[in-house]
Write a protein that binds this ligand. Structure first.
Ligand SMILES: [Zn+2]
Ligand SMILES: [Zn+2]
Length: 428
C-alpha cells in the first residue's frame, strides 16, 4: 500500500467534523495567541474591566455578533462592564457560553515576555485564556453555522473574582432583555490538569464562598503600658488561631471546609496599641449544614475570646458577612455533564477527557443556572505542564507564577472543546 493511499484511508476514517474543526482551530491559533498575549499583558481588576470589556466587545462585533457593552447593574451603582454577544441562527435552543474578564491584585513573577504591564495586577486565574477561548469559539461557531441551529449567547462577565459579576448581569435583566438560555456552559483553566485535557465533574464541583470581616476591638494606648489597654493585636492573633480549631474540632471530618484569614489590618506605629484590628476571611464549604454551623462558630468564638480578654461588652467583636461577595457551591448538572464529556471526547479523544476531583475554589458561574432551573456545567481546561503537575511543582491559580506553559495547546483544546459542546447542543 502506498503511503499516500494509506494517508487517504486514514483521512477518510477520521470523522469529517473532527478533522475540519481542529484544522480550522489551528488556522486561527497564531492570531489567538497574539490576542492571549495582549490580554495577559493588560489585566484589570474586578469591576474595573473598562478596556478589557471594550476589546472583547469590539472583537465579537467584528465577528458578526450582535454586541451589547457595559451591561449589568451592581447594587452600589458601580458601572458593570458586562458584554453580551448574540448570534442567531434560526429556531432552536439557546446556549450561553461564559468567559470571565477580571484579573487579580497579584504582582506577576512569571518572567514571561508578555507579562503584565499593569503593576500589581495580573491575570493569575487565566481569565485571559477564557476570553481568548471565547473569541476562538465565536469565530468557529460563525464559520460552522451550517452545522447548528439556535442561538448562541456569549458572555464576557466582569467581577468574577469577587463573585459579583454574574449577579450584576442577571440583575441588569440579562434573560429578560436578550434570551433565557436552555443550557449554560463555561470552561475554567485548571492548573493541576495537564494542557491538552478537559476535566469534568458531575454534581458538586466547586465550594460555596462566604466573605467575612471580623473587627476585633480593644482599648488602645501606649505600647509601653499594655496593662492600661485591651490589646486588640494580641486578641486578633488568638482569634486567627482559634478559628482554625473550628475546622479541626467542630466540622464533621468527612465534610470539607476551609477558613482562611487572608488579610489583617490594624495599628499605625510600633509603640501604639490600636483600638481595633480588622480580619478579612474567606470561608469555603460544600454542605449547607456545615456552612451554617461554621458561620455561627465564627460569630461565637471571637466573642468568647474577647470576653476572656476582659473587653467591655460594647467593644465586642463585630462580624460582617458580605452577601454580594458570597456564593453557593457550584453544581454541574449530571446529565449535561455526561453529554458534554461524550461530545468533547469525540473531538479530543476519550483519553483526553477525564473525571476530576471537586475543588475548594468558588465561582459565581452557577448563578446563571437561576437556582437550578437551567442546567449549567463548568468544565476544567487543562493548563498545567505535565511533568510539573506530576511532581506537584506546578504553580496554582492565583499564584504570581501561574501561566500556561503551552498556551497554544490550551487555547486549541479550549476552542475545540467549547465548539464541539455547543454544536452538540444545537445540532441540526
Ligand atoms: Zn480566580
Ligand atoms: Zn477564575
Amino acid at each position: 500500500m502506498s503511503r499516500t493511499f494509506a494517508a487517504t484511508l486514514l483521512l477518510l476514517a477520521t470523522p469529517l467534523f473532527a478533522q475540519s474543526l481542529d484544522e480550522r482551530v489551528q488556522r486561527e491559533l497564531p492570531s489567538l495567541l497574539d490576542t492571549y498575549k495582549a490580554l495577559h499583558a493588560a489585566p484589570e481588576l474586578s469591576t474595573q474591566e473598562v478596556k478589557t470589556s471594550a476589546f472583547l466587545a469590539k472583537r465579537l462585533r467584528e465577528l458578526g455578533y450582535e454586541v451589547t457593552e457595559n451591561f449589568g447593574k451592581y447594587q452600589d451603582g458601580t458601572t458593570c462592564y458586562g458584554v453580551v454577544a448574540i448570534l442567531k441562527n434560526g429556531d432552536g435552543p439557546v446556549v450561553l457560553v461564559r468567559s470571565d474578564m477580571d484579573g487579580l491584585p497579584v504582582t506577576e513573577a512569571t518572567g514571561l515576555p508578555y507579562a503584565s504591564q499593569n503593576t500589581g495586577v495580573m491575570h493569575a486565574c487565566g481569565h485571559d485564556v477564557h476570553m481568548t477561548t471565547l473569541l476562538g469559539t465565536a469565530k468557529l461557531l460563525e464559520d460552522l453555522k451550517s452545522q447548528w441551529r439556535g442561538t448562541v449567547m456569549l458572555i464576557g462577565q466582569p467581577a468574577e473574582e469577587i463573585v459579583k459579576g454574574a449577579q450584576g448581569m442577571l440583575d441588569g435583566g440579562l434573560y429578560e432583555k436578550f434570551a433565557r438560555p436552555d443550557y449554560a456552559i463555561a470552561l475554567h483553566d485548571w492548573a493541576v490538569l495537564e494542557a491538552g485535557k478537559i476535566g469534568y465533574r458531575a454534581n458538586a464541583f466547586m465550594a460555596a464562598t462566604d466573605s467575612l470581616n471580623l473587627v476585633i476591638r480593644g482599648v488602645g494606648g501606649h505600647g509601653a503600658a499594655p496593662h492600661t489597654t485591651k490589646d486588640p493585636v494580641v486578641l486578633a492573633a488568638e482569634t486567627v488561631l482559634a478559628l482554625q480549631t473550628i475546622v479541626s474540632r467542630e466540622r464533621p471530618p468527612l465534610e470539607p471546609a476551609v477558613i482562611t484569614v487572608g488579610k489583617i489590618d490594624g495599628g499605625t506605629k510600633r509603640n501604639i496599641i490600636p483600638d481595633e484590628v480588622r480580619l478579612y476571611l474567606t470561608v469555603r464549604t460544600f454542605s449547607p449544614a456545615v456552612r451554617k454551623r461554621i458561620l455561627e462558630s465564627i460569630q461565637r468564638v471571637p466573642k468568647g475570646l474577647a470576653l476572656a480578654a476582659g473587653i467591655p461588652e460594647d467593644r465586642a467583636p463585630v462580624y460582617e458577612h458580605l452577601p454580594h461577595e458570597s456564593v453557593d457551591a457550584t453544581f454541574n448538572d449530571a446529565a449535561l455533564t455526561a453529554r458534554l464529556a461524550t461530545a468533547i471526547g469525540r473531538e479530543l479523544g476519550k483519553a483526553n477527557v477525564v473525571e476530576i476531583e471537586p475543588a475548594m475554589v468558588s465561582e459565581d458561574f452557577g448563578r446563571f443556572g437561576d437556582g437550578g432551573k437551567i442546567p449549567t456545567v463548568m468544565l476544567a481546561l487543562g493548563a498545567g505542564e505535565a511533568t510539573a503537575v506530576a511532581a506537584g511543582t506546578q504553580p496554582g491559580l492565583h499564584s504570581s507564577k501561574f501561566a500556561p506553559a503551552d498556551p497554544s495547546l490550551v487555547l486549541r483544546t479550549g476552542v475545540r472543546a467549547a465548539v464541539s459542546a455547543v454544536v452538540d447542543l444545537l445540532k441540526r
